[in-house]
Ligand binder design. Structure first.
Ligand code: FAD
Length: 470
């Protein structure tokens, strides 16, 4: 009898696995349960949909449910939530509005993703408080933007607070959290003429990036009229039933909407209830083939942890490429080609108005020391293109290495948008992943021509300067 591969969750990890398995063995039955209506969507595009650069949610979908069913022969069941896994009988139980289905499996992938965190802030349940973790959240936020833009606050009969600082705006709004979603949404909301107030608990935005990158991004946000509050722990969101202001120890800022961008947590309930182990990060633990402690049960994407390429330790980096890559690997494995999806380097990129930034590897000295390294860091600034070339800007590169061996541990880059911080980070990803030294990196034969860089690309210059310090 033909085997059955069951997938829980129909987005990046789940649909990559389903498609790959079906391509690898057209005879295998592939059943995907997705509790929502959307599958194979790009949540990463939501800030740009809210900004107005992308017109419909459908544009964020790469393959439609009909295409999965009709062209890829995948038994995709949207509106079905898996409520239980029974490893003993090798079945899952799914619920939809007409009842329960018990589905046997030979191989199972848990790709349930992650949930936007709602922190325990008083008033976080008020009307006007949003998160951005799903297509539905994106739709609601875009509707809020459209409603607010239809009439300025002063013209609305039961209007919220008027802008305090900007002369013309659609209303003051607050963002709690200065991670990449908070930063991208600051741009999206400011582009819609909101007066944006961004509150960050620590002393810098984008805390996974280098201090120099965080500072450059925060300075740029301020240049773009975003009010950035650092070391600002939000204690309360006040208002009767609807949001009226954000309170920290230091200030009360009137706002008519609050976006919580305070991180994500892996959706692990169904897995935990079935006895599937979590790792030290709180996400589902797997081996390098993404198999859990239960045989034939895999986990991939935002619900699972991965191994860090520098430390070899479990790491939780919930990002899209890892979900796609690990899903694809599981799809190959279950049809008889065991495939490791590779570890994570913690590589990330972000655009903030006219600035771009990227990071990879280990930058934090405590994290590096915990992994047995003796870290040393240097930051340099260099021109993004040849000095005589008519255009160009500055790239700021922070690089961290091990003092004794010279091994490149991590890097963080920031430049004007279009001046290449993100594309330059790819050379560093290679260096970090392969565990090469600064001396080896500074001999990399990178491409050069005046419109793209200086003869010594800023990444090579950073490697030479840091190497010189060892
Ligand atoms: C606003 C935003 C911006 C982002 N930007 C970037 C970016 O720029 N770069 C980047 O790399 N990453 C970005 N990400 C992260 C990226 O979207 C995720 O890493 C990726 O979507 C993870 O895919 P996944 O398949 O693991 O999980 P998800 O995309 O979360 O999908 C999981 C699916 O499982 C379903 N599900 C959950 N439980 C059940 C159940 N019990 N039964 C049935 N179905 C279930 C859910 O409904 C969901 O559709 C962004 C995310 C957001 C929200």
């Amino acid at each position: 009898m033909d085997e059955t591969f069951v997938v829980i969750g129909g987005d990046a990890a789940g649909m990559s696995a389903a498609s790959k398995a079906k391509r690898g063995n057209p005879e295998i039955n592939v059943v995907v349960f997705e509790k929502g209506e959307w599958v194979s969507y790009g949540a990463c595009g939501l800030p740009y949909y809210i900004k107005g650069e992308i017109q419909t949610l459908e544009e964020l979908v790469s393959v439609t449910p009909e295409q999965f069913r009709n062209e890829r022969d995948i038994d995709l069941r949207t509106g079905h939530e898996v409520v239980a896994i029974d490893p003993e009988s090798e079945t899952v139980t799914a619920q939809n509005e007409s009842g329960e289905t018990v589905q046997p499996y030979d191989h199972l992938l848990i790709s349930t993703g992650a949930e936007a965190v709602v922190p325990p802030i008083e008033g976080a349940d008020k009307e006007g408080v949003y998160t951005l973790g799903s297509m539905t959240d994106g739709k609601e936020l875009r509707e809020f933007v459209a409603r607010s833009r239809e009439s300025s606050p002063s013209e609305q009969p039961d209007s919220g607070p008027a802008c305090q600082y900007l002369e013309s705006c659609s209303g003051p709004v607050g963002i709690v959290g200065g991670g990449y979603i908070g930063v991208e949404m600051a741009e999206a909301l400011a582009a819609n003429e909101f007066e944006v107030h961004l509150f960050q608990r620590g002393d810098r935005v984008l805390k996974g990036f280098s201090g120099a990158t965080s500072e450059a991004v925060a300075d740029h946000l301020k240049e773009q009229s975003v009010f950035v509050y650092l070391n600002a722990e939000v204690n309360e969101i006040s208002g009767d039933s609807v949001v009226e202001s954000i309170l920290t120890d230091e200030q009360e800022v009137p706002v008519e909407m609050v976006l919580l961008g305070t991180g994500v947590s892996p959706r692990t309930d169904v897995a935990e209830n079935a006895g599937i182990e979590l790792g030290p990060t709180g996400a589902i633990a797997t081996d390098t083939y993404r198999e859990t402690n239960v045989s034939a049960v895999y986990a991939a994407g935002d619900c699972a942890e991965s191994e860090h390429v520098v430390t070899g330790q479990p790491a939780y980096v919930p990002l899209a490429l890892t979900a796609n890559r690990h899903g694809r690997a599981v799809g190959q494995t279950v049809v008889g080609t065991p495939t490791e999806g590779g570890g994570v380097a913690g590589t990330a990129a972000v655009k903030a108005f006219d600035v771009e930034a990227a990071r990879t590897g280990i930058l934090d000295h405590k994290e590096a020391r915990d992994a047995g390294f003796d870290p040393i860091t240097e930051t340099i600034e260099a021109k993004s293109r040849a000095g005589y070339y008519p255009e160009g800007g500055t790239v700021c590169v922070t690089m961290t290495a091990d003092r004794e061996s010279g091994q490149v541990l991590g890097g963080s880059l920031v430049s004007e948008y279009g001046e290449g911080a993100v594309h330059r980070s790819h050379a560093l990803v290679g260096a970090v992943t392969e565990g090469i030294t600064l001396a080896e990196l500074s001999n990399y034969d990178l491409a050069y021509a005046p419109p793209f860089n200086t003869t010594w690309d800023p990444t090579l210059t950073a490697a030479k300067v840091l190497g010189g310090k060892l």
